[in-house]
Design a binder for this molecule. Structure first.
Ligand SMILES: [Zn+2]
Length: 129
């Protein structure tokens, strides 16, 4: 197991431990860089195909996080440093990952105004940008 995968495993273990307190501070907890699983490459290709936009899969850094600091309930996030972060309870959710992939192919489009969201049938409600 790689160090990154091991770190993710620790996050996933934490997820299975019942919380001892109800007022835990919500920050970007347990953020770890991960090696993208093979299925991410499959989903990446799907979004390239439906959008007609080629991208650079290897140029993205992927992270999993236990919870985002803003507490908004978002599931994923893309930024201009080409980092994609997904919440660890949905890190293998096709809709969430494909959404962030399209942000990368579009190099943004925070407000989801481009036609590719519809063309690809990608839910625009999973994040805040
Ligand atoms: Zn979005």
């Amino acid at each position: 197991m790689t160090r990154r995968a091991s770190a993710l495993a620790r996050v996933l273990v934490l997820l299975t431990v019942p919380s001892a307190c109800s007022d835990a501070v919500v920050v970007d907890r347990g953020k770890v860089e991960i090696d993208p699983p093979a299925v991410y490459g499959v989903w990446w290709s799907e979004v390239e195909d439906c959008s007609g936009i080629g991208g650079d899969f290897d140029g993205v850094r992927w992270f999993a996080v236990y919870g985002f600091a803003d507490g908004s309930g978002i599931l994923g996030q893309w930024n201009e440093r080409r980092e994609i972060t997904v919440r660890s309870d949905v890190w293998l959710d096709r809709d969430v990952v494909r959404h962030e992939v399209l942000h990368d192919l579009l190099r943004g489009d925070r407000l989801h105004q481009r036609s590719e969201w519809t063309t690809c049938g990608i839910d625009t409600g999973v994040d805040t940008g």
